[in-house]
Design a protein around this ligand. Structure first.
Ligand code: 5GP
Ligand code: ZN
Length: 112
């Protein structure tokens, strides 16, 4: 998928600061970090959003969750927020599913 930013980063066509590269999942640092640690965890397969991934490849979504925890274990003492913006009105700008792993310090905004 030539027009997808995340597919291009996975393919090495656009540089990415990778923190993890697995068979089905990769993770790289967000170019505009909103917290001391801000990593995007993504499946290699191009799927638009988290619900579509859950419906088509739940095992890959599970692999993303364990990857997010391992990143947090090494960078934030295991504590993190995991955000999937879904749809333009929710702030999704890249339509290849990506979980934002946010952490480091005490997060100031609590959605709950
Ligand atoms: P969304 O708004 O779709 O939930 O998240 C897209 C994220 O991709 C944003 O946080 C934005 O900072 C990040 N981003 C946009 N362009 C690039 C890029 O070229 N490289 C990296 N590493 N992140 C990017
Ligand atoms: Zn893609």
């Amino acid at each position: 998928m030539d027009s997808c930013l995340i597919c291009a980063i996975i393919a090495g066509e656009i540089p990415g600061d990778f923190v993890l590269q697995e068979e089905h999942v990769v993770a790289f640092r967000d170019i505009n970090p909103k917290a001391p640690v801000h990593v995007l965890v993504v499946p290699r397969v191009h799927v638009e959003n988290v619900a579509e991934l859950a419906a088509t490849s739940p095992q890959i979504l599970a692999a993303m969750a364990t990857a997010a925890q391992r990143i947090a274990d090494s960078e934030t003492g295991g504590q993190f927020r995991w955000i999937f913006n879904t749809g333009e009105n929710a702030g999704q700008t890249v339509f290849h599913v990506h979980g934002h792993v946010i952490g480091g310090g005490v997060l100031s905004w609590d959605p709950a």
